[in-house]
Design a protein. Structure first.
Length: 255
């Protein structure tokens, strides 16, 4: 079954974001971790706003995240989802620029510095994360969570994680990892920690802002959550030709 998600910056990236991503990719490539990393194509990197995943094993369009979290089957309102996507507020996501002791943002129990660049061997992913600010005021960083809450309350489209204000992008997959507990795995873990520290320090010195508006959003039909261009189909959220009926049809389309 195909699925649908609402994302930002799928396809060509703003120059500042592309340069920021390039810093991380170059550092990985030049390190011993590089042979265990498979980068995504630049155009498939994206920031998820909210996933419209459909729950399986039943007719209708119940939200998968709601079923998984609460055991509740709740139908998704696609007309309202399109309205909210087209009314997406202009947010400015800051990537980097966070010092080691910066406590303005809390994300999954960690600081923004720690979360700015992470290698996650348990998930097989490498990610970067940014947060909204309003003229350097990070008291507003929960604005993205407010948007996600509206999708839940008004559309029955629930985010995967509660109280999630992260605007995260996956840069690629960690592959061919040594067996857990092995000496090679411990050596690789040490190399990953050193690489994380180096990239975080570089990010801290060179922050970038990524303005994001409704015109930067796309609904993407996919079979792989990585959204590879070969098997995914994107449509601008702002395009009035995209209708609730077409979104429903996407779940049944072939890749």
């Amino acid at each position: 079954m195909m699925q649908v998600t609402l994302v930002a910056h799928y396809g060509p990236k703003p120059a500042e974001l592309a340069e920021h991503v390039g810093v991380a990719l170059t550092a990985i490539e030049r390190s011993s971790v590089g042979r265990h990393f498979r980068p995504y194509a630049p155009d498939q990197m994206h920031g998820t706003i909210v996933a419209l995943d459909r729950a399986p094993a039943r007719a209708g369009f119940d939200n998968a995240n709601r079923l998984a979290a609460a055991g509740v089957r709740q139908p998704m309102n696609f007309a309202r989802a399109l309205t909210l996507a087209r009314a997406f507020p202009r947010l400015t996501f800051r990537f980097g620029g966070f010092a080691l002791d910066d406590r303005r943002i809390e994300s999954a129990g960690q600081t923004a510095y720690e979360r700015s660049f992470q290698m996650r061997p348990e998930q097989g992913k490498v990610i970067i994360i940014g947060w909204h600010h309003d003229g350097e005021d990070f008291a507003a960083y929960r604005a993205l969570w407010a948007v996600r809450r509206r999708f839940a309350a008004q559309c029955g489209i629930w985010p995967k994680y509660d109280n999630d204000s992260d605007f995260y992008m996956t840069l690629g997959d960690l592959i061919d990892l040594p067996a857990p507990g092995s000496a090679d795995r411990r050596r690789l873990a040490g190399a990953m920690r050193a690489l994380e520290a180096a990239v975080r320090q570089e990010f801290a010195r060179h922050p970038v802002d990524v303005p994001t508006a409704a015109s930067d959003l796309s609904f993407v039909r996919y079979s792989s959550p990585a959204l590879p261009p070969t098997t995914s189909r994107a449509h601008p959220a702002a395009d009035p030709a995209l209708t609730p009926m077409r979104l429903r049809q996407w779940y049944n389309d072939r890749p």
